[in-house]
Write a protein that binds this ligand. Structure first.
Ligand code: PLP
Length: 414
C-alpha cells in the first residue's frame, strides 16, 4: 500500500521478530538481560555485528519497537528513545560537542535546557552563544570554525517565537554546521522537520506522545541528512568516507548513550507506543480547542493580550503557518495586568489544573516567571523575555466552552 495515512500507519508497524504468542500489542520485555545459545553469538552481539539484544541499558525489544514505529512514521535514519526529554537533549549535545566547541542558540529555551547549556556544558568547556535566531546576520556572526550546532526550539515557550528553519539550515549548510531542533510543541504528525532542513529532531515524548502524561521519555530522531564534516571535532573519529552521515548516530549508540545510561524503560516504551496510536486524534482535538480558545479569550475583560502563533495577527503567523500549518500546537499564553492579578486568577480556577507539564489530557496552567524561571534574577528573566504578567496554558481534551467559563469566572474583579 502506498501513501498510507499517518493514523493508519501508526497502528501497523510490524515487530522485528514475531512474538511467540502472537500478542497483538508488543509485550513489555522487562528483563534486563537476554541470553545466547553460543559464545560466538554473544561475541557478534557485543561487537555490534548482530542486532541481538543483550542488556537493556543499551537496547531492549520493547523500546526498540517504539523506536521502529517512530522511524517508520518519520522516515528517519535512526531513532533513539531516552528516559526523558532532557536526556535526549543532553545525549545529543554531548555527542556533537567537545571542549573548545560552541553551540549557537537562543536565550529563549526550556528552563533546564538553558541551564544545561549555560552551566553543565560550560563546565566542560563548551560555550553556548545565545543570540536572536530570527536575525540571520546575528546567527552568521556567531558561527565560527568551532561551532558544532545551531540549536533551537521550533516554537519557544513561553515567548512563542518562531525562527525560519530553512534560513537557519542554509546558514548551517554554508558553514558545515547541523541544525538541531527541539520540536516538542508540534508533533511530527503535523510538522515534518526534515522538509525544513532539520538534521536532528529532539522530542520530549513526555508531552504529546505519552498520552495523558503516563510516562517520561525523549526521542532523538536523526534524519541522516547531515554529512558530518571534519570541523565537527567530536565526530571526527566516527566518520568514514563512505558514511559521513552516520557519524552522529554511530557515536550516540556505540558510546554516548551507553555511557550516560539514560535509555528508555520498557514500561514507558509500551505506554508511549500506545500513545502514538492516538497522537494525531488527540493533537487535532487539543490544538483546535486551543485556536478556538485563543480567539475567544481576547473578548474576556482582564486579558490584556493573547499569544498563539495560529492567530492571524500574530507576528509569527506566516512563518508558523508555513512550517506547522494552521494548528501550531495546543499551548498559548496570555497576559493579565500584573503578577498579582495572575496569582489571584490562578487561585480562582476550579477546573484547569495548576501544574507544570504540557499536553496532558487535562488542561494545565502556570505562571512561568514564578515557577520554571522562579529562581533566576529578574534581570535574566527580562533578557529571556519572561514577563510577570504572563500565564501559560496547555490545552487538554475538555470542551472550549468549559475551559472558557472556568477562565471567565476566575478573572479577578477589575
Ligand atoms: C518538557 C520539555 C523538555 C524536557 O522534557 P522532559 O521530558 O521533561 O525531560 C524539553 N524541551 C521542551 C520544549 C519541553 O517542553
Amino acid at each position: 500500500m502506498k501513501d498510507i495515512s499517518f493514523e493508519t500507519q501508526t497502528l501497523h508497524t510490524p515487530y522485528e521478530k514475531p512474538d511467540a504468542h502472537k500478542a497483538l500489542a508488543m509485550p513489555v520485555y522487562q528483563s534486563v538481560a537476554c541470553e545466547f545459545d553460543t559464545a560466538e553469538e554473544m561475541e557478534e552481539a557485543f561487537c555490534g555485528r548482530s542486532k541481538d539484544h543483550f542488556y537493556s541499558r543499551i537496547t531492549n525489544p520493547t523500546v526498540q519497537y517504539y523506536e521502529d514505529r517512530v522511524r517508520a512514521l518519520t522516515g528517519a535514519f535512526s531513532v533513539t528513545a531516552l528516559n526523558s526529554g532532557m536526556s535526549a537533549i543532553s545525549n545529543t549535545l554531548l555527542t556533537v560537542a567537545s571542549a573548545g566547541s560552541n553551540i549557537v542558540t537562543s536565550p529563549h529555551l526550556f528552563g533546564n535546557t538553558y541551564s544545561f547549556l549555560k552551566n553543565t556544558l560550560a563546565a566542560l568547556g563548551v560555550e553556548a552563544r545565545f543570540c536572536d535566531l530570527t536575525d540571520a546576520g546575528a546567527v552568521r556572526s556567531n558561527i565560527d570554525a568551532n561551532t558544532c550546532a545551531i540549536f533551537l526550539e521550533v516554537i519557544t515557550n513561553p515567548q512563542m517565537e518562531v525562527a525560519d528553519l530553512r534560513a537557519l539550515s542554509a546558514i548551517g549548510q554554508d558553514a558545515g554546521v547541523p541544525l538541531i531542533a527541539d520540536t516538542t510543541v508540534v508533533p511530527f504528525t503535523v510538522f515534518h522537520a526534515r522538509e525544513f532542513g532539520v538534521d536532528i529532531e529532539i522530542v520530549s515524548s513526555t508531552k504529546y506522545i505519552s498520552g495523558g502524561a503516563t510516562s517520561l521519555g525523549g526521542l532523538i530522531i536523526d534524519y541522516g541528512t547531515f554529512n558530518w564534516p571534519p570541523n565537527i571535532k567530536a565526530l571526527k573519529a566516527w566518520r568514514s568516507d563512505t558514511a559521513g552521515s552516520e557519524a552522529f548516530s554511530t557515536r550516540l549508540r556505540r558510546e554516548v548513550h551507553r555511557n550516560l545510561g539514560a535509555y528508555m524503560t520498557p514500561q514507558a516504551a509500551y505506554m508511549q507506543t500506545l500513545g502514538l496510536e492516538t497522537l494525531q486524534l488527540r493533537f487535532t482535538r487539543q490544538a483546535s480547542t486551543c485556536l478556538d480558545l485563543a480567539r475567544r479569550l481576547r473578548q474576556i475583560r482582564g486579558i490584556v493580550s493573547v499569544n498563539y502563533t495560529g492567530l492571524e495577527d500574530n507576528p509569527f503567523y506566516d512563518i508558523s503557518k508555513t512550517q506547522f500549518g494552521l494548528l501550531p500546537g495546543a499551548m498559548l499564553t496570555f497576559d493579565l495586568a500584573s503578577r498579582r492579578s495572575c496569582f489571584s486568577f490562578l487561585n480562582n480556577l476550579k477546573l484547569i489544573r495548576r501544574a507544570t507539564n504540557l499536553f496532558d489530557n487535562k488542561s494545565l496552567i502556570l505562571h512561568p516567571a514564578s515557577t520554571i524561571y522562579g529562581t533566576l534574577s529578574e534581570e535574566l528573566r527580562l533578557s529571556m523575555h519572561i514577563k510577570q504578567q504572563t500565564i501559560r496554558l496547555s490545552v487538554g481534551l475538555e470542551t472550549t466552552d468549559d475551559l472558557l467559563s472556568d477562565i471567565q469566572q476566575a478573572m479577578p474583579a477589575l
